[in-house]
Write a protein of this length. Structure first.
Lengths: 262, 272, 334
């Protein structure tokens, strides 16, 4: 992975991040290739969210370089669209206006925006809810709007910060399946954070396991499970083997962080 | 006075779904109505049977008579309209300055540091204290009345708006920036609408303050208005005029509150 | 100022001692020896202030406590509920209180006349009352000046609601408003009247001698009244009479010793000596000898007040005219 690959969309070179005396991320180097679906797994406080925030430009590294599409960014980079765990929908806007927000920022006309937004409303299955306000939607529907809002803005990278953690199990499963579908359709580069090893195995093309604080990469695994990753795949030997493998290192890190805290 | 129960009833039964106590809507209305009638009856009786001298508190019927008399003379609505207009002009001007400035100050720590001393100085000043300066600056015309309402309600409004912007979820700002919003877009498209519910509830409080301002503004150099009505009534020991002025202020504030609430419901239909 | 204050204090101490010595001799004659008076720096209160400072009330066995009120209506409210026993008031306020039906007080004397220091002052371009048409006239509402303005406008055939814009302007704000040309004319009284008169670019259009009732009864637009709380007077007629005695001795003293009186009054009014002396020159003190005649039911003063009440009704300032003689009590006069 040592970075000369020409089509790396995201490139971390010796990135460290500290908040005061607290070292959150320690000397991380890794690349994300175009079209990859990378899921980052790790215990809480391992600096996963810090990584996403730095990619999106909300935060800057203390040391090292982060390049997105070959360029360093000093401010917020709309090319990296973020889906937040708490949806972050604008409650005063209808579904349609929420989805069209990025287009409005780009200066598109109202008619253009509406037409464009409609495409994504249909993609996430929200037809008929165009004029609804977020308060009228369930958690799952709200997260669909958030995903459509990022997609409509056509970023080159999509960042997911534990997007399904607040949803119930059924809804989560449906959304996971839909996300895989969207990924297959759109072939966006995706960086996805989760606590759940199962979620990582179901979604990813590659899994990165982070250590407890200070965050480092402890494992970087290509996920070669076949698609669609239905119940049969989830009961296969390869699935169980991968899960055990990842669980082993995650557990070690969790133990380490508990001991560290104690 | 006769209109009072009706208005009170209307304001206590808004069509919005609202958490109900153990007493349901209709019976609550009846209880309010009965208590209202009872209070007025006891009051009337106390004056009629000489327990209270009319000089100190006139009977409800005397206040109604005074209202009828002024209605005949055609002066009643003049006072209501004069005060309401002054409140509206001063209040709208104050809001028009306070909302954009408050959002700007609320989002910029530097400008807040610059303006904080001035604001801290202005905030505790009661509107009354501006009267001498306002007379020198604006004379004795209408603009002086507007200025009193403006000065009395501007600084508190600004603080309300600043406070409201502080309550905006930073995640929404993050999301907007992530979707390509610039500083100006963040203020107009995120901070303003997100803090609007709190701004509006702040403005509702401010409207009450604006009314106290207009009453003090009308103590000086006025020829009409509810504040003038009260003060002039006091000079002539017409306590019924004084109480009528008070009743009219109360009714007018209630009416504007109803209008404000309807407006709020329209603007904030996205709120749960 | 310090030296002055010290002499006043010394004088006070002396009168207190003096009064204290006198007291036992006459104390038996009055029902209560401590009475309170509501006043202000306005000229009708001068005799009470001087009487207290010179120990003139003490000679009649009375200790008078001075209470300050900034507005006449506050003073009258306080008198009506018996917080203070005696008070001085403008007649407009008194008539208004009578019209409200409250029989809470008696009129017991008519202290003064000051028709030459109340009037209308205008910018130089206004030459007659008729010229006020379409202009702004500042008047302190519900006062004698308000009545004067309504009266002279009526005499000139102008409608105060249509032809002229009357603006409620307290007497103290009149000078600045006229100088800043925020109004074209003001109706006001001394000392604002005197200070405006002394300014360049102003003109005295008329004074209160133009008031219709002055022409008829020698009564100003809002003559001052000395009033007493009704139940106090009913219970303490001797104290009331003693108060009146002290009062008229003091007003005689002011008439006879204007310089000394002015010195004593400076503390009350905060006016400089020369202005204080000038104010005193403009006041005509009505002596005890004339009171009985004026305050009788057919007296000029009682009749004049009745006409004033009718005038207020005609101008919709009060609802009904009270019968003034029911409130006037001349028999308590010494």
């Amino acid at each position: 992975m040592e970075g000369l690959t020409s089509n790396a969309v995201i490139r971390f070179s010796d990135v460290s991040k500290s908040y005061g005396s607290l070292l959150a991320l320690n000397d991380v180097s890794f690349n994300v290739e175009e079209g990859e679906f990378v899921v980052i797994v790790g215990a809480s406080g391992c600096g996963k969210s810090t990584m996403l925030n730095m990619i999106a430009g909300f935060d800057q590294p203390s040391n090292g370089r982060i390049e997105v599409q070959g360029k360093e960014h000093s401010g917020v980079n709309p090319q990296c669209g973020m889906v937040f765990q708490q949806y972050a929908l604008f409650p005063w806007m209808t579904v349609e206006d929420n989805i069209a927000f990025g287009l409005k920022m780009k200066g598109q006309s109202k008619a253009e925006r509406r037409q464009h937004a409609q495409e994504f409303i249909e993609m996430v299955g929200l037809r008929g809810f165009e004029k609804a306000y977020p308060k009228a939607l369930s958690g799952g529907m709200r997260q669909r709007v958030a995903i459509a809002r990022v997609l409509a803005n056509s970023p080159s990278v999509m960042l997911f910060d534990e997007p399904f953690a607040a949803l119930d199990a059924m809804t989560r499963q449906v959304l996971q399946e839909e996300l895989v579908k969207i990924y297959e359709q759109q072939r966006k580069t995706i960086l996805f954070i989760t606590h759940s090893i199962d979620e990582a195995l179901l979604l990813s093309s590659r899994i990165v396991v982070m250590s407890a604080r200070p965050g480092r990469i402890v494992q970087d695994i290509q996920n070669d499970l076949p698609h669609p990753r239905n119940a049969e795949v989830q009961l296969s030997e390869r699935y169980v083997e991968l899960k055990r493998h990842i669980w082993g290192s995650v557990q070690a890190e969790v133990m380490r962080s508990i001991e560290g805290a104690a | 006075m006769r209109a009072e129960p009706a208005v009170r009833g209307a304001s206590s039964a808004p069509p919005l779904p609202r958490r109900r106590g153990p007493i349901a809507g209709a019976s609550k209305l009846i209880i309010s109505l009965v208590s209202c009638i009872l209070i007025i009856a006891v009051w009337e009786g106390a004056v009629r049977f000489g327990f209270i001298q009319p000089l100190f508190l006139p009977a409800p019927s005397q206040i109604v008579n005074r209202a009828m008399l002024m209605l005949e003379q055609g002066t009643l609505f003049g006072h209501v309209i004069a005060s309401t207009w002054r409140v509206m002009v001063g209040f709208v001007l104050a809001s028009c300055v306070a909302i954009p400035l408050g959002i700007f100050l609320g989002t910029s720590a530097l400008s807040r540091a610059i303006f904080d001393p001035v604001l801290s100085f202005l905030r505790p000043l009661p509107s009354m204290s501006w009267i001498p300066l306002s007379l020198l600056w604006f004379g004795i015309g209408e603009s002086q009345k507007y200025s009193i309402v403006f000065m009395g309600s501007f600084a508190p409004s600004l603080l309300y708006v600043m406070e409201a912007t502080k309550g905006v979820d930073p995640l929404l700002v993050k999301a907007a920036q992530n979707l390509g919003a610039k500083q100006k877009d963040v203020m107009l498209e995120v901070i303003l609408p997100a803090s609007l519910p709190q701004i509006i509830s702040g403005l509702k409080v401010m409207l009450g303050i604006a009314w106290t301002c207009v009453i003090s503004a009308e103590l000086v150099a006025a020829r009409e208005g509810l504040g003038f009505l009260i003060m002039n009534g006091k000079e002539y020991f017409q306590t019924d005029t004084v109480v009528l002025g008070m009743v009219l202020i109360s009714l007018t504030v209630m009416a504007t509150d109803i209008v404000f609430r309807a407006l709020e419901r329209r603007i904030l239909k996205w709120k749960d | 100022m310090n030296v002055f204050r010290r002499t006043v204090l010394a004088g006070l101490a002396a009168t207190a001692l003096f009064g204290g010595c006198m007291w036992p001799a006459v104390a038996a004659e009055v029902e209560v020896s401590k009475v309170s008076y509501g006043g202000s720096p306005w000229l009708s209160h001068y005799p009470v202030w001087v009487g207290i400072k010179k120990g003139l009330f003490a000679q009649h066995g009375l200790e008078v406590q001075w209470q300050s009120f900034s507005t006449g209506s506050a003073r009258m409210s306080s008198l009506a509920i018996g917080e203070i026993d005696f008070g001085g008031t403008g007649s407009i306020s008194a008539i208004a209180l009578m019209a409200s039906g409250a029989k809470a007080f008696y009129v017991i004397a008519a202290p003064d006349s000051y028709a030459t220091v109340e009037g209308i002052i205008t910018t130089p371009d206004i030459n007659s009352v008729a010229d006020l048409k379409g202009k702004k006239l500042g008047v302190p509402f519900a006062t004698s000046s308000h009545v004067l303005a309504l009266d002279v406008l009526e005499q000139a055939g102008l409608d105060p609601n249509k032809d002229v814009t009357l603006i409620n302007l307290p007497s103290s704000d009149a000078p600045s408003a006229l100088m800043a040309k925020q109004v074209d004319a003001v109706t006001t009284w001394t000392p604002a009247f005197n200070s405006l008169k002394a300014q360049p670019n102003t003109k005295v259009l008329l004074d209160a001698r133009e008031f219709s009732l002055y022409k008829q009864f020698k009564l100003g637009p809002g003559p001052d009244l000395l009033v007493v709380n009704q139940s106090f007077a009913d219970k303490n007629p001797k104290s009331t009479t003693a108060f009146l005695q002290g009062y008229f001795e003091a007003s005689q003293f002011i008439k006879d010793n204007p310089d000394e009186a002015a010195k004593i009054l400076m503390e009350l009014t905060q006016l400089p000596m020369d202005e204080q002396s000038n104010v005193l020159k403009d006041i005509e003190w009505i002596g005890l000898a004339d009171q009985q005649k004026m305050l009788s039911p057919d007296g000029t003063f009682t009749k004049g007040l009745q006409s004033l009440a009718d005038f207020l009704v005609r101008h919709k300032q009060i609802d009904t005219a009270p019968r003034i003689d029911q409130w006037v009590k001349a028999e308590l006069l010494p």
